[in-house]
Ligand binder design. Structure first.
Ligand SMILES: [Zn+2]
Length: 324
């Protein structure tokens, strides 16, 4: 058995940039493929990494901002034709993610909605999102099988909301078990990403080791506890100083500080978690020309005794086998 990580895309924020794909990672556990977030270009990156769409078992969404879910429709629909085996359709791709927030977040005097889109369901959860993808692409799903052999569309996907217990501030979260079998155990906690509530971080444990995905978050004690002794912590990173020097105004900058972990903080997170390797991803700024990988790694690694790696699209890591 092996457990392998592949970074499919490492850009943060929705605006496409040249040279870096949107945030998405894959974990291959004993030939089963799990995808964490489906940012821009993730289906193409999945193919470019040599991964097999017939092995895609589940997708885990950290939160429902477009930079994390924008290419979920493609991840489900493009490989539909290969989702079939000798005995009929493969098991549906399971899409796990946050449930609907309760209540729907509101803004303030500076940042607020003017138009509420789809007011009858203004903040759909992961299962709602999957249902809406099926509804929006019903033409393709209902008509394409009339002209080409396709597996039964009813077996394509299942959306599953992750229900977190009601939070008590200042009380440490007990991670929720999202999925568990004899090979992999996947747990999640809520992290802090502004009004994106809930936003999640995930931990994958296998016999080979453990990998944690931070999602988008400020420095968060529950994430640090989730990442305790992890072999790899894949963590988002922002350089707010860079953004300030390049024209982000103070109101927006204050918002971003309440959304993301800065490059000056992320090493401390990895150190407190006692992770073995910190891999940077979800870069802000996302433009690979803005800041060199060496600079990201050097600054992010300050205060961290383990190894710091500046993630890049296509980066792979195989977890060490546990020898008994
Ligand atoms: Zn993001």
């Amino acid at each position: 058995m092996t457990t392998e990580l592949v970074l499919l895309g490492t850009a943060g924020a929705p605006l496409p940039v040249a040279g870096r794909g949107g945030i998405s990672s894959a974990l291959i556990v004993d030939e089963r493929v799990f995808v964490i977030d489906c940012g821009r270009g993730s289906p193409s990156a999945f193919a470019a990494a040599g991964l097999d769409f017939s092995r895609l078992e589940a997708v885990f969404l950290t939160h429902l901002h477009a930079d994390h879910v924008g290419d979920l429709p493609g991840m489900l629909l493009y490989p539909w034709g290969v989702r079939e085996g000798a005995n009929g359709p493969l098991a549906p791709i399971r899409v796990y993610g946050p449930s609907r927030p309760e209540p729907v977040p509101s803004g303030d005097a500076i940042f607020h909605r003017e138009t509420t889109i789809h007011p009858e369901r203004p903040a759909p959860g992961a299962a709602d999102l999957v249902e809406s993808i099926l509804a929006g692409y019903a033409y393709h799903l209902n008509v394409m099988p009339l002209d080409a052999h396709m597996p039964d569309a009813g077996a394509l996907v299942r959306g599953i909301d992750i229900r977190l217990p009601v939070r008590t501030e200042a009380v440490a979260q007990v991670p929720v078990v999202v999925f568990e079998d004899s090979v992999v155990r996947i747990t999640a906690v809520a992290v802090t990403h502004g009004r994106a509530v809930p936003a999640l971080a995930y931990r994958f444990d296998t016999a080979d080791g453990s990998i944690v995905f931070s999602g988008d978050t400020t420095v968060n004690d529950d994430l640090i506890a989730l990442a305790r002794e992890a072999d790899i912590l894949v963590h988002q990173v922002a350089d707010l100083g860079y953004l300030e020097r390049h024209g982000t105004d103070s109101a927006e900058l204050a918002r971003m500080a309440a959304l993301h972990t800065d490059v000056t903080e992320v090493g401390g997170v990895a150190e407190r978690a006692r992770a073995r390797e910190l891999i940077l991803s979800h870069y802000l700024p996302a433009d690979p020309e803005a800041i060199t990988e060496a600079d990201w790694a050097k600054r992010a690694g300050q205060g961290f005794g383990g190894k710091t790696t500046a993630g890049r699209d296509g980066l792979r890591r195989t977890l060490p086998r546990v020898t008994s």
